[in-house]
Design a protein around this ligand. Structure first.
Ligand code: CA
Length: 420
């Protein structure tokens, strides 16, 4: 069923062996041309392929796609259809661009289908309905617990039983490349009992991955964990920017609010869960035993290497963290099963983020808060500049890819610069 994943397949579009986007990837995104035309698209190597025009030319006629699935400005029409349709589209694209398919090469090259990466602008691929942020990395939750509560009892009593999460704000999710404005708000100065109005002085990134859902469950019903992955379309890199000082003062008792909702950013290409099939791994054994609705079979974690780099106005990009999506304690299927166990409905185009993904080693911590241990330690950039948190002009770059033998499935880059 996943013929698109065939590792022996080669494309008539040429690309480097270290490209994030080989013919086995086929992610989905949306771009805008200079004359403001919108195209739903995929990418092979550096060549962007208009699915809008492929659909217009009739290449998807044999698939039971809803009419005009690719004529809009977002992937939502595709997301409303089911996984077998998503698979059929990806398989069809793989066939069209297969090296063996000389007929389609000649025909496609004569049509307005291929675009150069340099000539288009990637835009938000999904009209996001609801956004939920989880807190599913044990190392991250432990680090935060050690810093702010009790080092001996770093995890709160619920953490090993529940994939903890909160409802975020979808309106402020932006695409890679969009400047991030340093937020202002209420901050409680050290040793003071009165807050002040100030710009955030403790601006941070959070290294996360997000997943985009299809049409899942009706209100009042829940998603069974065994089927949960059927409702996951694909994943992106996600930077859940955080103003630690605003967050610290506001979060009691209802949780994150304005310290989070000023901005989150996502990478432009949604890599399908299907494309990551070769990279399934087992997560950490969960102990204590979880409740029945959270029990699952098989490998539900994914081995995806993640990296964060900081580039200042004066320095080249410095790698500050290398983590991995496989470190998640709670997997995506568990997150969806838990999210809906009360009957909460998940719709096509919702985004669920993992929470900061930290690994066990210091070099694998997924936020400045942890890397600088709440400002006690210093992070050095390549040119000797020092950071505890982020400064205006800093660009935070996130990259991610899965690799096994000769197959590399990547996410491209998520890059945003902080402005005043
Ligand atoms: Ca977060």
């Amino acid at each position: 069923m996943l013929s698109a994943n065939n590792i022996d397949r080669k494309s008539w579009i040429k690309y480097d062996s270290n490209s994030d986007f080989p013919i086995q990837n086929i992610p989905f995104g949306v771009f805008k041309t200079n004359n403001h035309e919108f195209h739903i698209a995929t990418i092979i190597g550096k060549t962007i392929i208009s699915l809008k025009n492929l659909e217009k030319e009739g290449y998807f006629n044999e698939i039971e796609l809803n009419k005009n699935t690719f004529q809009g400005k977002s992937l939502n029409q595709l997301l409303k259809q089911k996984k077998p349709i998503w698979r059929a589209v990806r398989n069809k694209i793989a066939d069209l661009f297969d090296l063996e398919n000389k007929n389609s090469e000649a025909q496609i090259k004569s049509e307005n289908i291929l675009f150069n990466k340099e000539n288009v602008e990637m835009i938000m691929p999904v009209q996001i309905g609801d956004y939920t942020d989880f807190y599913s990395s044990k190392d991250h939750a432990t680090n935060v617990g050690k810093m702010f509560r009790d080092p001996e009892n770093a995890l709160l009593p619920n953490w090993l039983h529940i994939p903890v999460g909160y409802h975020g704000r979808s309106s402020s999710i932006v695409i890679s490349g969009t400047p991030v404005k340093r937020p202002k708000g209420q901050i409680l100065p050290k040793e003071s009992s009165k807050p002040i109005y100030s710009e955030s002085k403790l601006l941070d990134f959070e290294l996360e991955m997000g997943f985009i859902t299809g049409e899942a469950n009706k209100l009042g019903e829940n998603i069974n964990i065994e089927n949960a992955e059927d409702y996951i379309f694909g994943l992106c890199l996600f930077n859940d920017w955080s103003a630690r000082d605003i967050q610290k003062w506001e979060y009691v008792p209802l949780g994150p609010f304005l310290g989070k909702s000023f901005n989150s950013s996502m990478s432009p290409w949604i890599v399908t869960l299907d494309a990551l099939e070769h990279f399934r791994v087992s997560g950490e054994t969960q102990s204590p035993e979880v409740l029945d609705y959270l029990k699952f079979n098989g490998k539900k974690n994914y081995d995806i290497q993640l990296e964060v780099l900081i580039k200042s106005t004066k320095s080249e990009a410095t790698s500050v963290s290398k983590s991995n999506f496989k470190y998640m304690y709670w997997n995506m299927a568990q997150q969806l099963a838990h999210h809906t166990i009360n009957g909460c409905n998940v719709n096509a185009g919702d985004l669920m983020a993992s929470g900061t993904i930290s690994g066990p080693k210091k070099s694998e911590f997924g936020s400045m808060l942890e890397l600088s241990w709440a400002g006690k330690e210093t992070i050095c950039l390549n040119n000797g500049e020092e950071r505890k948190f982020l400064k205006n002009g800093d660009t935070v770059i996130m990259r991610g890819y899965a690799k096994k033998e000769n197959l590399r499935i990547g996410f491209g880059e998520l890059s945003n610069t902080i402005i005043e």
